[in-house]
Design a protein around this ligand. Structure first.
Ligand code: HEM
Length: 407
């Protein structure tokens, strides 16, 4: 079903979508890619962009989460993100048992952190805020560090390592040699830091997630020190950069859709469906990857065993076969089964936490900033194509309304 011209077109379109000059709006390229929901690329990899097809592939047991190219050196121990059952399920159970109870009941604390961040930065620079640097970036670092058991004084070190490491998630062929070297350096620093942190926790104990994993009494526990280190590294990156982008992309959508902003200001219940719509309309994780363990017939074609497959989640989220008027931002969109957190056995573990942080941050921005305006539209974007979002998001406003409980 795929003519040579089509194959060329798909590879070219995908390359265009990844180009930095299209970072602010890759969606027109995805729209064209959606004309063929599953397609082979010139380099022999496959691309799935249709909502139905991605959903099927995410749930197909003939698919492996190991997405590295065959020639790539494998890490000695893989994180659960790229592991398959049964090991994936054992690791995931351990993390979920420790993670879920700690996240419940964090809303008030997140609310207090958001209030504090807005108060601090707006008093320094009246009338202007960088929503990324002043709110979207520091909030998830603090939350994830508290949750994991990273001491407060290490937060900025931890935060900057996460930043440096996320570039490693981009397709390897878009990275320069310098960037690859820099990544290896950052990985080394992270390993060293986490090993020190684990050793210190072993001595002191505590009631954070790291201590919980170390001393778990569950059938699959406790985690050994290598799994601990790999899992902490995953939670740090997965839990940080993604949430930064959700808050920033959500702010951008609100400022571009003043009706939605006005509604959120008076109706905080709108925050729930609105954050789901941000996860559909402008998702922080644009794509994921898999490899096939068998031939898979899908969308009138066959992906052969041993193929690498890219799942273009952000394209599936704009699939007109699944969503009415997919390019419109509809804050209370019904039946919003977006792919923003993936699906199947690797569905995001941190979804509840990320949702809470974004709902609280966006509601506070809507309530507290009077007459907010984007200073640059589009804002400058970060280099990353997969964990995609603005580098900075400067917003002007006329007044900071006091937070709840303030004078
Ligand atoms: C807006 C924020 C977030 C987004 C958009 C997001 C998105 C995703 C997506 C798409 C996946 C599936 C990847 C795949 O199937 O290949 C995933 C998995 C995962 N996420 Fe998130 N995530 C977010 C926040 C978080 C947070 C806050 C944490 C934890 C602190 C977290 C931890 C994880 C973990 C551990 C996995 C792997 C699960 C598995 O393989 O079973 N994420 N996330």
């Amino acid at each position: 079903m795929t003519s040579t011209t089509h194959q060329h077109t798909a590879s070219d379109l995908f390359a265009q979508a990844l180009r930095y000059e299209h970072r602010a709006n890759p969606y027109p390229y995805y729209e064209q890619l959606l004309r063929q929901p599953v397609i082979r690329m010139d380099d022999g990899t496959w691309l799935a962009s249709g909502h139905r097809e991605i959903s099927l592939l995410l749930r197909d047991p003939r698919i492996s989460a190991d997405r590295l190219p065959p020639q790539h050196q494998r890490p000695i121990r893989k994180s659960l993100l790229v592991e398959d059952p049964p090991r994936h399920d054992q690791l995931r159970r351990l993390v979920t048992q420790q993670f879920v109870p700690r996240v419940m009941g964090m809303r008030d604390h997140i609310d207090a952190l958001v209030t504090g961040l807005l108060d601090a930065h707006t008093s320094e620079r009246a009338g202007q805020l960088d929503v990324v640097g002043d709110l979207a970036y520091p909030l998830p670092v603090t939350v994830i560090c508290e949750l994991l058991g990273v001491p407060r004084e290490d937060e900025s070190l931890f935060g900057s390592l996460a930043r440096r490491l996320t570039r490693g998630l981009d397709p390897i062929d878009t990275q320069t040699e310098d960037e690859i070297r820099e990544l290896q350096q950052a990985r080394g620093e992270l390993v060293e830091y986490l090993e020190g942190l684990i050793a210190r926790h072993d001595a002191t104990g505590g009631d954070d997630l790291l201590s919980g994993l170390m001393h778990s009494q569950e059938p699959d526990g406790p985690m050994d020190p290598v799994d601990l280190r790999v899992t902490l590294g995953l939670l740090l990156i997965a839990g940080h950069e993604t949430t930064v982008n959700l808050i920033a992309n959500g702010t951008l959508a609100l400022l571009r859709h003043p009706d939605a902003l006005a509604r959120l200001r008076t109706d905080p219940d709108l925050a729930t469906p609105l954050v789901e719509e941000v996860l559909r309309y402008d998702p922080p994780v644009q794509m994921s990857g898999r490899s096939t363990l068998a031939d898979i017939d899908i969308a009138g074609t066959t992906i052969p065993k041993g193929s690498r497959v890219r799942l273009l989640l952000a394209a599936g989220n704009r699939d007109p076969q699944r969503f009415a008027d997919p390019d419109r931002f509809v804050p209370d969109r019904p039946d919003n089964a977006h792919l923003g957190f993936g699906g199947g056995i690797h569905y995001c573990i941190g979804a509840t936490l990320a949702r809470a942080e974004a709902q609280i941050a966006l509601t506070a921005l809507a309530r507290r900033l009077e007459s907010p305006r984007l200073i640059a539209d589009p804002p400058p974007y970060r280099e990353n194509a997969i964990l995609r979002g603005p580098e900075r998001l400067p917003v002007s406003f006329t007044r900071l309304v006091p937070g709840a409980g303030e004078a």
